[in-house]
Design a binder for this molecule. Sequence first.
Ligand code: HEC
Length: 253
Amino acid sequence: MCCRILLMMSCVLVLLAGTDRGEAQSRSFRMSVPDTLVASGFLKHLLPRFSLKNSIRIELVAADAEAELQLSAVNIGRPVFSGLGETWFLETRDTGNDLVVRFTDWLASDVGRRTIETFKTETGAVFVAAVAEAEDTGPIEVTGDIVQGEKLAVIHCGRCHMVNEATRLSTIGSSPSFAVMRSFADWQARFEAFFALNPHPSFTIIDGVTEPFDEARPPPMVPVELTLTDLEAILAFVTQIPPADLGAPIQYQ
Ligand code: HEC
């Protein structure tokens, strides 16, 4: 069973590596992880987001296998998050490895910590980031294609959200506009994770990241299908949307 899960995970990550932008082929390291954490689904939420930003692939291996980094509930290394009744620690086995350092720094950064805390199951949030002196990660890096991102957002998200002026009239009232969501302090974490947040899981496919739909519950509409590169482009587009000024008086036109 555990091997099957690990195998599935590595397929996911191999697929992810395929979407990297060229340079990335050999940029990977191994992380050993206990089965309980793999089974929680949390790593499928966490690792693609790191890989997306950094073009670094993390290969998961079993808890007792050789690896450059160890994630475990054993109190060695530094605490990174708590959840499932444990505190989880990262121990670096290969201290000179830059890629490992990138990952451990990312986990302690604001974006990393929010990514940890936005993972939800039916019962709500599962993990809390450990208190750590988070480094300021500086301004948000825009790596996606903004123009392409706007086109994709109009096509896929504009079915419900007001994405830009052109989609003002075609959208459904219950969906917040992109400008309103852009004004939330944690907008970036929400957009990066949108496919895992309701109502999207029932109709969204991200290549190599989301699970296939349950056959018994087919999507209620034509699915939204995106690659991680598409999502990165949408994020780049959203980054430069001016946040709605929610405090401003209503303006009549
Ligand atoms: C079928 C309609 C529909 C489509 C298509 C859709 N959304 Fe949404 N989305 C919603 C609704 C409704 C909500 C509000 C959910 C709520 O308030 O609980 C929402 C909420 C969100 C949120 C906030 C989630 C949260 O819990 O904080 C984000 C981010 C988001 N959508 C991004 C997107 C992006 C990006 C796309 C396109 C790739 C998209 N949505 C496509 C209906 C849709």
